[in-house]
Design a protein around this ligand. Structure first.
Ligand SMILES: Cc1cc2nc3c(=O)[nH]c(=O)nc-3n(C[C@H](O)[C@H](O)[C@H](O)COP(=O)(O)O)c2cc1C
Length: 320
């Protein structure tokens, strides 16, 4: 059974952008579910072997904290026996096992993983069956609508198979794989999926404001919404969506608040092995749209360690 979610707004997995500190921050700001960035099933197996020798567990490889719960771990890769092994390795630590069938990156689709699987109905069925049989935790699926414009309705058959195989929730980003992130997400397809499904549907794509979240829910009937790029450097969005859905109003945050939020994020990073370049990129995102932000960002790119970065951000804070 799926856990109970405290909010209808979820944080999307974003490899290279989200990390355990950002996930925790979004959770603290009201996200109902956070999902780890996708992880290759073969890496999980290889790492677990190494970590076992050091008397350690996979938690050292896929970092998280207890406060993030309920927490979903996202896997990709289509080798059935590796999938079974990897799922069993991660199962004890996570509340939901999510499977990625949406990634459009060529280095993923070339290995018949991510979004490329949408056109492989039989393999998809075997993958989902393997996963559901391998674990006792709920298994969920994240998909795009199809591979190309000509196959943009593949989601219809895939979602039916998913439901038959025991998938408990589907996150739907209604762009095709070949679209990448161009154009717009076709929310009409979310409405269609919700109408043909008997399991919860998470609508995803192009939500950047609380108003967008409400519109998606109202127009498509989706059970939950998932936000990716709109939450970059903007963890407040979860609180704002929760308030807007309840009261039709929400608190606006200033850029100073965003700088404060960056310091909160920075504080959280100290518990994890997050690379400095990733923290630096996060600083860029937290200053997006800020008055004088581009000057500040050119200073940020010159920083080479946390102390430098903190100084630059502190200076921006006192002069803003
Ligand atoms: C930098 C980046 C990394 C992403 N990594 C993942 C990932 O690891 N797993 C996944 O399912 N989707 C991934 N996505 C897709 C997002 O989860 C989401 O489906 C997509 O960005 C659309 O939502 P949005 O319009 O709210 O950003 C990624 C997107 C971006 C921009």
């Amino acid at each position: 059974m799926l856990p109970k979610f405290s909010s209808r707004a979820f944080l999307a997995p974003m490899a290279g952008v989200s990390d355990p500190a950002l996930r925790l921050q979004c959770k603290q700001m009201g996200a109902g579910l956070v999902v780890t960035e996708f992880t290759n099933i073969h890496s999980i197996i290889a790492k677990e072997k190494q970590l076992k020798e050091k008397m350690s567990t996979i938690q050292e490889f896929i970092e998280y904290s207890e406060q993030e719960r309920p927490l979903s771990v996202q896997l990709f890769g289509s080798d059935l026996s590796a999938l079974e092994k990897a799922a069993k390795i991660v199962e004890p630590y996570f509340d939901i096992i999510d499977y990625n069938m949406g990634c459009p990156a060529p280095h993923i689709t070339r290995q018949m993983a991510g979004g490329a699987l949408l056109q492989e109905v039989n393999l998809t069925q075997q993958i989902l069956r393997t996963l559901v049989n391998a674990v006792h935790k709920p298994v969920t699926l994240k998909i795009r609508s199809g591979v190309t414009d000509a196959s943009k309705f593949l989601f219809r058959e895939i979602s039916e198979i998913a439901e038959d195989e025991g998938i408990q929730m589907i996150t739907f980003h209604p762009r095709t794989v070949s679209q990448g992130y161009s154009g717009t997400a076709d929310w009409n397809l979310i409405k269609e999926l919700k109408e043909i499904s008997n399991i919860p549907i998470v609508g995803n794509g192009d939500i950047t404001t609380p108003e967008d979240a409400k519109t998606m829910i109202d127009e498509t009937g989706c059970d939950y919404v998932m936000i990716g790029r709109g939450a970059m450097g903007n963890p407040f969005l979860f609180e704002q969506i929760n308030d807007y859905l309840k009261t039709n109003s929400y608190k606006e945050y200033s850029f100073k608040d965003r700088l404060d939020a960056f310091f909160d994020y920075l504080h959280l990073t100290s518990q994890y092995k997050i690379k400095f370049v990733n923290i630096e990129s996060q600083a860029m995102r937290f200053t997006k749209g800020m008055n004088g932000g581009s000057k500040l960002r050119s200073k940020i790119t010159l920083s080479s360690n946390i102390e430098d970065l903190e100084k630059i951000m502190n200076n921006a804070y006192t002069t803003s």
